[in-house]
Every structure is written in C-alpha cells, then in structure tokens.
Write a protein that binds this ligand. Structure first.
Ligand code: INI
Length: 155
C-alpha cells in the first residue's frame, strides 16, 4: 500500500494569518466571520490568529507577503470579493491577486488558501458568503488548516 499523506483538520498549536480586503465589505465581512468560525471550530486559539485588513483585493498580496516573511504563521487565508463591473479592472485585479498570492506561496513555502470571490454579480458573491459551510471564508480556513498540517507531513 502506498503511504498517503493527508493533513488533519486540527488547528490547535498552529498560527494563521488572515488577509481580508474591505472593498465589497458586505461580502468580505461575512467571509472573515466564516473564516474565524472555522478556525475556532477546529481548535485554533484567538491568540494564534492575526487579521490584516487591506483596502481592496489588489492589496492582498502585499500583506500576505509581509505575514509570510515574518515566519510566524503556518498558513495564510486570503479573503476578498472582486465583482465584475463595466470596466476591465475586474480582469486585472483577479489576475494580479491570484498571481501575487501564488508568488508568496512559492517564495516563502507557506500554504495560502484563496478565499477571494470573483463573480459577475454581488448576488453571486453573497450566495458564497452565507452562514455555515457554504461560506467560502469558512472553506478557505479549513483548507488552510489541512494544508498547514500537510506541510508538516511533507517536511
Ligand atoms: N477591489 C476589490 O477588492 N473588489 C473589486 O470588485 C474592485 N473593483 O471592482 O474595482 C476592487 N478595486 C480596488 C482595488 O482592489 C484596489 O484597492 C485599488 O485599485 C487601489 O489599489
């Protein structure tokens, strides 16, 4: 049988950095609440969580890089909401934030969960930021825990 490596969904004794953007706050506030709920449910202590607030999704990689560089966190959770408007801004922002977070992961070898919603409408975003398990912030935080644990197993 092959040896299988799966990160346990146990967050005790791990530290997490969350980056959340304010743009479309009606979406990002419930994403943050969902992420904090998931971390608490999986045993992460408040003292082991830092939340960095940035103006918009474009600024997420900057804060994520600073948190990664500190070496204090076992994983990051990036939360934002980019809603398609009438301008090409949407495509630029989505591309930059995804590439930027990916660069942080590669450069600092730290897992980062991508909880940045990219939707056509606010309604679509709201549907992904509701209560409980449909909340993408919650899902991103659970992903961060699993990946932090997997990183330990991978060494
Ligand atoms: N930022 C978002 O997080 N979501 C958006 O939908 C958005 N739109 O549509 O423009 C947005 N723009 C701001 C951007 O992220 C930067 O904060 C801004 O350009 C300053 O650098």
């Amino acid at each position: 049988m092959p040896r299988e490596l799966i990160g346990a969904p146990e967050g005790g004794a791990l530290r997490f950095g969350i980056v959340v953007s304010r743009f479309n706050r009606s979406i990002t506030a419930p994403l943050l609440a969902g992420a904090l709920e998931a971390l608490a449910t999986h045993g992460v202590h408040d003292d082991d969580i830092v939340v960095a607030h940035v103006p918009g999704a474009f600024e997420i990689p900057f804060a994520a890089q600073a948190l990664a560089r500190s070496g204090r966190y076992q994983a990051l959770v990036c939360l934002g909401a980019v809603v398609r408007g009438e301008t090409p801004h949407f495509d630029y922002i989505c591309g930059e934030v995804a590439r930027g977070v990916g660069r942080v992961v590669a450069e600092y070898r730290i897992p980062a969960a991508f909880g940045v919603l990219t939707t056509d409408t606010i309604e679509q975003a709201l549907a992904r930021a509701g209560e409980g398990h449909g909340n993408k912030g919650y899902e991103a935080a659970v992903t961060a825990i699993e990946m932090a644990q997997l990183a330990r197993l991978l060494g």
